[in-house]
Design a protein around this ligand. Sequence first.
Ligand code: ZN
Length: 201
Amino acid sequence: MNMVELDNLDVKILTHLQSDSRKSFQEIARNCLTSVPTIKSRVDRLTELGVIRKFTLDIDYSKLGVSEAILLVNAKPIAVNRIAQELMGLEEVKELYITSDSDAAIVSRIAGDLQHIISIQDRINLTDVNNIRVISVKSLFRKDATIPLASSSITLTCAYCEKKVTGNAVRKKFDDKDYFFCCDTCEGEFEKKYAKLIAKV
Ligand SMILES: [Zn+2]
C-alpha cells in the first residue's frame, strides 16, 4: 500500500474536519492562518488521494432506540470473502473487518432493532461457517474514527523546532487546537512562547 505523505497543514485540516465535518473552510482557514482556496485545494487533494473517504454524521443510535451488536463469524478461509460480501449487502452492517487470524475471520458492528439483529444469521448462507455469534452491546464507551496521529507513521514536524518528529510525537492542545512536538522540551518552550503571545493579545 502506498503511504500518503501529509504535511502539517494537511494534518491540521484533518484534525479540524474530524472534530466537526461541518466546519466551514473559512473557519479552518482562519485557524490555520491560511486562505480559503488553500484549504479547499487541500481538501480536494485529500479526497482525491482517498484519505478523506466521506463526510459522515456521528449518530447516537441509542437516542433512536437502535440496538448495536458485535457479530463474530468463524468460518473456513474459503468462505470468508463470500460471507463478507453477503454481510455488506445488509443495511444493519455498519463496520466489517476480516481479521488476519484464521480463527475469527469476520468481526462486524451491526445496528438495528433487536429482532433484525438476532435474525441476521438466518439471512446469510451459513455453508462453511464454523461458528457465528451475535453479542449485544451493553454500553458504548468510545467510538472514535480519528487517526491516531501521535502514534502512526504520518510525517509530522515539530511545531516548535520544525524538525521531523521521529518516534512518538508529544501532543498538546492549545486554544482547542492540536500541536505536535518532537520532545517535551520543545513542548515546554512552545508553551512559554504561546503564553507570551496570548498575553500580548
Ligand atoms: Zn522540536
